[in-house]
Design a protein around this ligand. Structure first.
Ligand code: MSP
Length: 523
């Protein structure tokens, strides 16, 4: 993506309504939120889409078990997911639900188009059927399962099903070409290589309808079939901006997405099936499918059977103790954005909070504001431009970090972007220690030097926090009001120009991140 792009479109997976929201959902959505906020700060016209995936046999069964209708179950849990989004202050622009008419109609239109073009056809699927699970398996999968149901241990039976198929095999070459021409199509690189390897192994047509349950979008023209939940779900990225509406509305200007952000377990659907469907629909490809890895919990894989998901209550507890911004910072810097999983542990959280937020960002801001209050009557001093006793050339140093931070953010390297901003803050710390304004202040003749130093500290902190605002919006807002910095504009680049901090500005003391003891935090 280039910085000239006026629009920016980012999506999260749409979440299954038969699950309770947990850290995985909060994580992906938070990453997208940070990116969306950053792009808005850069003046882009952003569309950030999230939502819920509401069809399928699992929802039907869970609803049956509870004696309610699938729609009731979907309504209940979709509301829960929406509540979570608000709780976490996630700035999505739209929340799509796959049971909404706007989605259903567009999916039917798209599927009809695929049927007309011959990309979808009625065919027979012969496979191994798990009667208890009502699920078909391929020969390879059945062999892996030893021809037995992993759930009931009953033997799988050979069975034939009539289904509508998507002609995935016809897109092998074009998909390989798409990958070859766009090495950034799937990130991180390890995931790109993985998908490409499997893609080269050959593609088979995929069944895209089911007849063994009803809770789904009816197949246009053959209502015995419902559209397979994955096809229905993937299409949300297009229906969310009205790409299958005729005539198209203004929202379609956002197409295609810069990032579909997902977890690694659903990469194949996103990086192979979805692009092939887009080719068949003659729609432009997204720039990148970003597949992050998984959070594990206190060293153990999170699973339903272990019941050790970091759930909403726990996340709420972290937010109550450390603040929402601390949680966002932790997720963005310590999370599994790369190719390996990350451990979510209380001790690691606490350590990150203390080292980066209390001792670095908080400490620099509070030291600087305290000294300005003590030595400059609480007003931002003027930088005379004279040598302040350090070699660092602040304007070019911060300029370089600003460039890096913005570029990394555009590339969805959130941790890299934050690291560049934190480098500025750390440099302020070093600068204070080296120049020791608190010592110089004892000598009245060094007043200009003290003023120069403190201006530079405050200005560097201002710039660093502008860069961090998408990650810690509340804390940066707190600093903005304490330092009378005004509201953020949507011109991050100019806001980050050295020298914008006006001498004479009232600087109040700030304590952004309170120090906490681990025991206190655990209690
Ligand atoms: N409904 C499908 C997605 C359809 S998208 C067209 C689905 N939903 S889900 O509710 O299971 O959510 C899966 C997503 O939750 C993952 O892709 C990932 O974004 C997030 N996570 C779930 N568990 C996770 C972890 N343990 N760690 C990090 N994120 C994970 O799949």
């Amino acid at each position: 993506m280039t910085t000239q792009t006026k629009t920016a479109y980012i999506t999260t997976p749409i979440y299954y309504v038969n699950d309770k929201p947990h850290i995985g959902h909060a994580y992906t959505t938070t990453l997208c939120d940070i990116w969306a906020r950053s792009m808005r700060a850069l003046g882009k016209d952003v569309f950030f889409l999230t939502g819920t995936d509401e069809h399928g046999v699992k929802v039907e069964k869970s609803a049956q078990a509870r004696g309610i209708s699938p729609q009731e179950l979907a309504d209940e849990n979709a509301a829960e997911f929406r509540k979570v989004m608000d709780l976490f202050g996630l700035s999505f622009d739209d929340f799509i639900r796959t049971t909404e008419q706007r989605h259903v109609q567009q999916v039917q239109t798209a599927v009809k188009q695929l049927l007309d073009s011959g990309d979808v056809y009625l065919g027979e699927f012969e496979g191994w059927y798990d009667e208890g699970q009502e699920e078909y398996h391929t020969e390879t999968k059945a062999k892996e399962m030893d021809y037995k149901s992993p759930i009931s241990q009953q033997p799988l039976v050979r069975a034939t099903q009539t289904n509508y198929f998507f002609r995935l095999s016809a897109y092998q070459e074009r998909l390989e070409q798409l990958f070859a021409e766009n090495p950034g199509f799937v990130k991180p690189e390890a995931r790109y290589n993985e998908v490409l390897g499997r893609l080269r192994g050959g593609l088979q047509d995929v069944p895209i309808t089911r007849t063994n349950f009803e809770w789904g979008i009816p197949f246009p023209g053959d209502e015995e079939h419902v559209i397979y939940v994955w096809i229905d779900a993937l299409m949300n990225y297009a229906t969310g901006v009205g790409m299958c509406e005729s005539p198209r509305r203004e929202k379609s200007r956002y197409w295609p997405a810069q990032y579909h952000v997902i977890g690694k377990e659903i990469l194949w659907f996103h990086a192979v099936i979805w692009p092939a469907v887009l080719m068949a629909l003659k729609l432009e490809q997204p720039d990148c499918i970003y597949a992050h890895s998984f959070w594990i919990s206190e060293g153990q894989k999170m699973s339903k059977s272990l019941g050790n998901f970091i759930d909403l209550d726990q996340l709420q507890n972290y937010m109550d103790t450390y603040g929402q911004d601390a949680l966002r910072y932790f997720l963005a810097t310590q999370g599994p954005a790369g190719a390996t999983d990350s451990d979510f542990s209380r001790s690691h959280f606490h350590e990150t909070y203390t080292t980066d937020l209390v001792n670095t960002v908080g400490n620099c801001a509070s030291r600087t504001s305290a000294m300005i209050n003590k030595y400059c009557d609480g007003e931002c001093p003027r930088d005379s431009g004279a040598c302040a006793g350090s070699e660092i050339e602040w304007s070019s140093f911060t300029g370089e970090q600003v460039g890096r931070a913005i570029e990394a953010m555009e590339q969805f390297d959130l941790a890299g972007s934050i690291a560049a901003a934190m480098k500025i803050v750390r440099q302020v710390d070093t600068f204070i220690n080296e120049t020791a304004p608190f010592k110089l202040a004892k000598d009245p003749e060094a007043a200009t030097q003290v003023a120069d130093i403190l201006y530079r500290c405050a200005e560097a902190i201002r710039i660093a926090t502008c860069l961090l605002e998408s990650v810690m919006p509340e804390k940066v807002q707190e600093l903005r009001s304490a330092w009378q910095l005004g509201e953020a504009t949507n011109d991050l680049r100019s806001e980050c120009t050295w020298g914008r901090l006006q001498p004479g500005t009232k600087i109040q003391k700030v304590a952004l991140f309170p120090r906490l003891e681990l025991e206190e935090a655990t209690a």
